[in-house]
Design a protein around this ligand. Sequence first.
Ligand code: FE2
Ligand code: FE2
Length: 157
Amino acid sequence: MIRSPVDKQLVSDIQKAINGEFSAIACYKSLAEMAPAKDERSQITEIRKDEIRHLEEFKRIYISLTGKQPTPQRLPGCPSTYKEGLDFSFHDEQKTVDFCLDLAERMDGPSFKQTIRRAAPDEQNHAVWFMYFIHKNQRKRHSERQQQPKLTALKGH
Ligand SMILES: [Fe+2]
Ligand SMILES: [Fe+2]
């Protein structure tokens, strides 16, 4: 049987998607540990579970296309503070939505297409959560700043 030649660009983009999921899994582990509230920590852990599922799905696609096991690479850029981590993750998730939709478009085979396309709304959902956490933490910092002078004033009495 003659196998049609594998589209190199497609394989390299699947590899890129694998690296992205692999890096997000590592990044969200430390982000969850830095989370100041329990609900944020458990939501980030849920998001991380989605990325683990995506990674497995993308690995399967890679193996079907190449017959080889992929070697995931950790991408740089995961910040070391919670605030920067949320900001980075929000942008990263938004970019991943577009990347998945574009990749699904170019992919051959309806089941591969569907698998990749299905990841897009998950990533969009993740972006919304990160945006909510950014706002929540901004509000918290703002109200902490507002309370500061009152406390000082009280102490003066
Ligand atoms: Fe993902
Ligand atoms: Fe995601």
